[in-house]
Structure formats: structure tokens, C-alpha cells
Write a protein that binds this ligand. Sequence first.
Ligand code: SAM
Length: 217
Amino acid sequence: MSVDHSLQESVRDAYDEVAEDYAALIPDTRAESAVELAMVDSFAASVGAGAPVLDAGCGAGRMSAYLAGRDLAVQGIDLSPGMVRMARRDHPGLPFVVGSISDLPYPDGGFGGVLLWYSTIHIPPEGQARLYREAARVLQPGGYLLVGCQSGSGVHDTAAIYREYGHDVTLLRHRFTADDIAAWLDDAGLTEQCRLVRRPVGRERDDQAFVLARSSR
Ligand SMILES: C[S@@+](CC[C@H](N)C(=O)[O-])C[C@H]1O[C@@H](n2cnc3c(N)ncnc32)[C@H](O)[C@@H]1O
């Protein structure tokens, strides 16, 4: 499946528009619950201290900083130059670049871990298999991938949330189940290690799904 460039441009423009507020409102992992941070900690421990890790769709860099705090050699990539600007501003010790998780600008097999934390959500189901193949391609044999996203099916329009902060953006997000993800992982040569599905908390509308997988190459 080829990349939908006009969709990518629209997502990029939306995140450029909201970047300052996103960085201010969600500066760290306080929005994450203890169980999902346990998944991130498990990912970090599996990858191992000092290993190169890619925060793929890093946004303003809060998860990169969390992983760096667990002694991983993390770097971030994001579609939105505005979000990357925030990441560089707020986490000046970490490397961040602009790029797409659908076309990762890295050679094969360079990373011990890849994190896809709520960064696959703006790509429709038909574009998902490609993301996991790209992640698998840049993973070392035996490397780990952790994905987190809203669980379920169908599409949610997130524009209303951003309107509360004065932004007029077009931004849809898709829900995927852990079973959907497991099938894309399998197609990409990644083996599911464990999964977590938790119920919504606070203003969340959906269950949240997290899947840890390992490269079987
Ligand atoms: C909901 S935010 C999550 C950001 C970050 N992972 C976090 O947890 O704070 C989604 C991010 O994914 C990025 N994104 C969406 N599509 C992308 C793509 N095709 N390639 C790279 N980044 C993408 C957006 O620019 C945005 O920064």
C-alpha cells in the first residue's frame, strides 16, 4: 500500500498548529496509568540499558525523555516540524528529526527497540501493515517493538478537543484492537510477547490497547 501523502500533509499541518499547546498540556507521562507505564518499563528492560531505541512518532518528546530516563539511547522522529521543534526545545539533550513512520530514513537492523506510542492512530487500517513492516525492518534481530493506541474500531474526530484550545484543525484518529495489531505484527515478522487492554479513564472515550512484540528474524 502506497503512502497517502495528502493525508500525511493534513496530519502534519494539524500537529504543527497544536504543537505548543500539546507540549504544554501533555509534557510528561502523567497522563499514562501505572499499568501502561509498566508495559513501557517492561519494553525498556527487555531492550536493555544502552541500546539504541527509536521513538517513532515522538511528538514533543515526552516518551523519549521517559525512555532516556531508563538508560536507553533514544532518538525521536516525527512527521510534524512543529512537534519536533517542541521536542528539541524541551529535551535538548536528545536527538529528534522530522520524518515519517511510513518511510523510516534508517538502514535495516539498527535499533534494539521501536516505540509506536499513539503515533499510528492517524493512519487508516489499509496503511497499518506498512508501518509495522517499516518498524520490523529497522529492528535488530531479537529487537522489541511496543505499540499503544485507542482500542476498538472506526474513526473519531479529534477536532473538538483542539477547538477548546482555539485551534481549527482537521484530525481524525482510528481505533485498532490488539488482535488487529497482532495480525499486522505477524505479517511483519514480529512475534507478540504480551498485551494489555485497559478501560477508559478521565475524559478518554475508548479502551486503550498496548502490545509488546519481538523480532523473530
Ligand atoms: C497523539 S501524538 C503522540 C505523540 C507522542 N508519541 C506522545 O505520546 O506524546 C501523535 C504524533 O504522531 C505523529 N505522527 C502522525 N503520523 C505520523 C507519521 N506518518 N510519521 C511520523 N509521525 C507521525 C504526529 O505528528 C504526532 O506528533
